[in-house]
Design a protein around this ligand. Structure first.
Ligand code: SF4
Length: 362
């Protein structure tokens, strides 16, 4: 740790004084940075950080995984997906298991790569597993634009897109969580800007800082959160300047708005949050695989004993799950939070974060 970090820590200790505070880092990349750098271990006991629902793979409900697995059993379907998703256990098996049993499931690094699969396989339907927040969605709208331009008719999505602000409202107003402030996600904010978070400060009186990802930037954000609380001056501060501005990325927002409209959405462990999802608008519904294939209702069951829901709500730390490090490891994950590289359980497991066990526990 360098001098500047020491000064920040001194400031944090002074501002925290003897008040108990709980801050949620919303973004999975922040969780990983906090776990890797050991920030939790150097903060005073009365300042507690909890992870939030910022890992897209983690918040995708079991039902979605089971639907994707069902599609993968059909002969005329090729699934294309980001890598993390294939290891998430469904109710009976994962996509990775389905692939070893013969399903055609391809890992891509960008949705646009799916279009080459479409061209190479004109007699198949290529279904991209469209999971993710505002950061990822413009890459999918860009792919749909390309598919239209190139008259590609066999590209589809299985849509589970989610937007962050309504989830934060649900968490901020949840009586059992008692969150004092949010370390807001840098990447999502680069797309949506500052404006959509303002209700958190003005109406709900939560301290908010949009943070960069370096440990020192995160410490500075914690310092600013405590400063807002000490002054009872709640606002959305932008500490990720140069990347995030007030209005966000207008071009990306317009492309999202062109293809999608708000819908209710189920978050793993949290349940239904009004207007927290996106569905294709009527004029683009031909991209929706569910408009051409009727997927039967899935009898989805969460893995027994897995407490991903409580982890995603910041109610417990991953190490408080009885399965953590025992039957659930990064090599053999039981729940989604242990699979994704941005998942809290995976980050705690990888960097051996010890439970702090202090402050408010919700
Ligand atoms: Fe679920 Fe495993 Fe995390 Fe427990 S440790 S909450 S089983 S992912």
């Amino acid at each position: 740790m360098i001098i500047n970090t020491e000064q920040l820590l001194k400031g944090i200790i002074k501002l925290a004084s003897d008040r108990q505070v709980k801050f949620m880092e919303v973004c999975g990349t922040h969780t990983v940075s906090i776990a890797r750098s050991g920030i939790n271990g150097i903060l005073p006991e009365n300042v507690r950080l909890v992870s939030g629902p910022g890992c897209p793979v983690c918040v995708t409900p079991q039902d979605y995984i089971d639907k994707a697995i069902y599609l993968s059993t059909l002969n005329d379907i090729i699934i294309s997906t980001f890598g993390d998703l294939i290891r998430v256990p469904g109710t009976e098996k994962s996509l990775e298991m389905r692939r070893s049993e013969g399903s055609d499931i391809r890992v891509v690094y960008s949705p646009a790569q799916s279009l080459k699969i479409c061209r190479d396989n004109p007699d198949k339907k290529i279904v991209f597993l469209a999971v993710g927040f505002e950061t990822t969605i413009p890459t999918i709208t860009g792919t749909m634009e390309m598919a239209i331009r190139e008259h590609i008719k066999n590209f589809y999505i299985l849509c589970a897109h989610k937007v962050v602000p309504p989830a934060l409202e649900a968490l901020a107003t949840s009586a059992d969580l008692d969150i004092d402030g949010f370390i807001l996600p840098g990447h999502v904010s680069a797309i949506i800007g500052i404006k959509p978070y303002e209700f958190l400060a003005s109406r709900l009186k939560k301290a908010c800082v949009i943070s960069g990802f370096e440990p020192e930037q995160i410490l500075e954000s914690i310092f600013r959160l405590l400063y807002q609380i000490s002054k009872q001056d709640y606002r959305v501060e932008n500490k990720y300047r140069g990347t995030v501005d007030y209005e966000g990325n207008k071009k990306a927002l317009m492309s999202i708005e062109k293809f999608f409209e708000p819908s209710d959405s189920i978050w793993r462990g949290i349940g239904n949050i009004p207007a927290s999802g996106l569905r294709l608008k009527k004029e683009f519904v031909f991209f929706d695989i569910e408009s051409v294939i009727k997927i039967p209702p899935q009898d989805s069951i969460e893995p027994k004993g897995c407490r991903c829901g409580d982890v995603l709500k910041g109610l417990i730390e991953p190490t408080e799950c009885p399965l953590f490090g025992r039957s659930c490891t990064y090599e053999n994950p039981v729940g989604a939070c242990m699979v994704s590289s941005e998942g809290s359980c995976a980050a705690y497991y990888k960097y051996s974060v010890k439970r702090k066990g202090n402050g408010k526990t919700g």
